[in-house]
Design a protein around this ligand. Sequence first.
Ligand code: UT7
Length: 368
Amino acid sequence: MPASPAAGSPSNTGSPSNNRTAAVTAVGHFLPEKRLTNADLEEMVDTSDEWIQKRTGIRERRILPPDEDKATSYMAARAADELLEKRGLDAGQLDAIIVATVTPDMLFPATACLVQAEIGADSAFGFDLSAACSGFLYAFNTGAHLVESGRQEKVLVIGADTMSSITDYSDRSTCILFGDGAGAVLLEPSDSPASAGNGYGLQDAYQRVNGADWHDLHQPAGGSRKPPTHGTVERHEHFLKQNGRPVFKQAIKRMAESTEKIMQRNDLAPEDVRYLVPHQANRRIIEATAQQTGLPDEKVMINIGRYGNTTAATIPLCLHDWERQLRPGDRLIMAAYGGGFTWGANLVSWAYNGAEVTTASETLGASS
Ligand code: UT7
């Protein structure tokens, strides 16, 4: 049995209370084809490729062109399609769909409902989870609880955001940062051998929320506090606003603190960790977090240069990009900090050999 939390430790953290763990059994992703480069942004606002690369590490981002039929649910559904194909499953076998997003297609119905209909997940329930850049971490933890409880067998966890729909392309301090994309994982009960210790899958989770400084990163209008009017649109209040400097400092502090907490209470030295999978908000934030936690560059997943900050999608997009290098038992620490403010870290033991993953189309191509 896993150890019970030490006296006085918070109750929203720790390992599952039974031996059934929730493992990642497949990864999917979707990125729109259109690229928004730093050179494009130089034409739109007073900025430079040099400033953006030096201050953020971003070279380009993907953008989903405005289209009423193709929004966040579209990208989420494509990520789900890829994942199901890789795992050889039918959407009807899914029990639940959780979509982490701050850019739902509509305030309601939930994006998860639209994904359910689009992919034909006829036996699933689902809901959206709003925790900004920590959304995927929270959704992963929530989905894992569904599996660990024994009530659900196959839970689809998606992080998807169309940040271009709430980005003000006349504000140089924010428009250089964000991009669009979706990533997904499937969580299933682990059938790990005893040699895998606590089993594959989610081993530990540390998560926090504190709303005191919400105004440092928010979208002022469009909700019940400030319903949309001509005035809110004229004042650009339906776009996200960020006070970058304090968010930058807090992001490093909280991501490092969460990662250290996970390492300490699981007795992990840097050499025991295969990869840090950090939320991709700014390359300097990621590097400072890694440095504070003693994790060398080669153990840190960084793809912000190509995609920018895709909010809930950054962590699963990293998992997609590094999937082929992952092996059973690899320990990953996913860490994030985002609007709310929300933050935390998840410890995951990887469950399969990523080098052996093929999609059905690859298999067909290989045999023809
Ligand atoms: O994912 C959710 C969490 N979000 C984050 O973690 C993001 C956290 N914040 C950041 O990544 C950084 O604060 C930014 C990238 C947003 C800004 O970088 P910074 O190094 O903190 O710059 P700053 O805001 O302190 O601004 C420095 C200067 C200012 O000029 P002055 O006042 O020194 O003359 C800005 O006006 O850089 C200027 N500046 C720009 N210059 C060229 C701000 N944006 C730009 C730009 N191009 N795009």
